[in-house]
Design a protein around this ligand. Structure first.
Ligand SMILES: Nc1nc2c(ncn2[C@@H]2O[C@H](COP(=O)(O)OP(=O)(O)OP(=O)(O)O)[C@@H](O)[C@H]2O)c(=O)[nH]1
Ligand SMILES: [Zn+2]
Length: 368
């Protein structure tokens, strides 16, 4: 008789199972992903080595397919309302990579609509911060060939809300800032496959009134290095200044590089922007929708800070909607502006025209 592991209960949690599968995919290993009737063996093309790609093809007898999201398929001029699957038999790793993210790739003639099970593997890739280009094969009758691989039931993906909302405060420490005086840095841990998140409290916000807050998504290029391609660095500093001028407030600095796609995808998208695509089309070229950010962590952090009513500093209507959906009272919205530069003007226009950001772009351009 095998002794029951004392950890079995604790570790059979949907979020832990998803995090394990995501970690395997990031290391370029296959995962068995299925429901009660079908099993797919899946690999993330963005992380797999050419050698494992070839080994996988051989193991599944060349029955593998490539998932191409609706956004990518549309960029490749296929008229479709959903994701599609392309047979990979005879296709090399390089050819599959070109098909999944190169500019001006040609969509093969043989394409079929992707079923829900296959489509949902894109969510695994996005959680792993990998391109949603998944290699998959139906191995329902070949499962023993993948017995060494991590398994994940697809229904786990529908049971992740508790984990996404579950955060703990880890530490709170004073940090003296050159321009904004003493700030409190509060670190939070939790969520699904996420790094720690930080709240920066400047001044002394009056917690009995709606608290001035900014939700800021990380932008290594803009925040850290002053990139001229976006307005993030300006918005970070102007945001902190506005919060301080308001008598104190909280900036939530969220680990959401590249609108939730990760720095790798964002830099790939920059390459396409240098070739003339706007920020949304460049992301679509990689298979992404226009914005993959989620805001459960922002709501959880505010709650842990004892904040239920806010004045939010943003131009992004999605952030306001997410706060309201999470039960935070939004009393007012204040814009946060950055400088318009030759390099970021198109980016700001695209945010306004295609992503609904509340920016009066013509006035901003005229003011420069
Ligand atoms: N994918 C992608 N992400 C970008 C690009 N430029 C900036 N980003 C990311 O876009 C996000 C900008 O976030 P925020 O500063 O919170 O700004 P916002 O959504 O415009 O909203 P507000 O500033 O609050 O009005 C960050 O995640 C950046 O890393 C780009 O060209 N492509
Ligand atoms: Zn930026």
């Amino acid at each position: 008789m095998t002794a029951k592991s004392p950890f079995s209960l604790e570790f059979s949690d949907p979020a832990i199972e998803v995090e394990r599968a995501v970690s395997e995919l990031r290391y370029g290993r296959p995962v068995l992903f299925g429901n009660d009737t079908r099993q797919l063996a899946v690999l993330a093309l963005d992380a797999v080595s050419p050698r494992v790609f070839d080994q996988f093809a051989e193991t599944v007898g060349d029955s593998h397919e490539l998932l191409i999201t609706r956004q990518r398929a549309t960029r490749l001029s296929l008229k479709t309302n959903g994701d599609v699957a392309v047979p990979l038999a005879g296709m090399s790793f390089d050819e599959a990579s070109r098909l999944s993210y190169a500019l001006e790739a040609k969509m093969p003639a043989r394409v079929r609509p992707a079923e829900a099970l296959l489509s949902s593997t894109a969510e695994l890739a996005r959680t792993a911060l990998l391109l949603p280009a998944m290699v998959a094969a139906d191995v329902t009758d070949l499962q023993d060939r993948f017995s060494a691989c991590c398994r994940l039931h697809a229904d786990r993906l529908t049971r992740l809300s508790p984990a996404r909302e579950n955060f703990q405060k880890v530490v709170e420490t004073r940090v003296p800032l050159k321009d904004y005086g003493n700030a409190q840095f509060v670190v939070f841990r939790g969520g699904l496959a996420q790094k720690d998140q930080v709240a920066i409290i400047v001044g002394k916000p009056d917690m009995t009134k709606p608290v001035p807050i900014r939700i800021h998504s990380s932008c290594i290029t803009g925040d850290l290095c002053g990139s001229l391609k976006c307005d993030c660095g300006d918005q970070l500093r102007n945001g902190l200044e506005l919060l301080e001028q308001a008598g104190g407030g909280v900036l939530l600095y969220l680990d959401q590089e590249g609108r939730g796609t990760g720095i790798g995808a964002k830099m790939r998208a920059y390459g396409y922007q240098h070739r003339g695509l706007d920020t949304i089309d460049a992301d679509a070229e990689l298979g992404f929708a226009e914005d993959h950010r989620r805001y459960e962590m922002a709501v959880a952090m505010l709650r842990l800070l004892g904040i239920a009513e806010v004045v939010v500093y943003t131009n992004n209507p999605t952030k306001i909607a997410a706060l309201k959906a999470g039960g935070i009272g939004v009393h007012a919205r204040t814009p946060v502006l950055g400088r318009v530069t030759a390099e970021n003007e198109n980016y700001l226009r695209t945010k306004t025209l295609r992503a609904g950001h509340m920016l009066d772009i013509e006035t901003l351009v005229a003011a420069e």
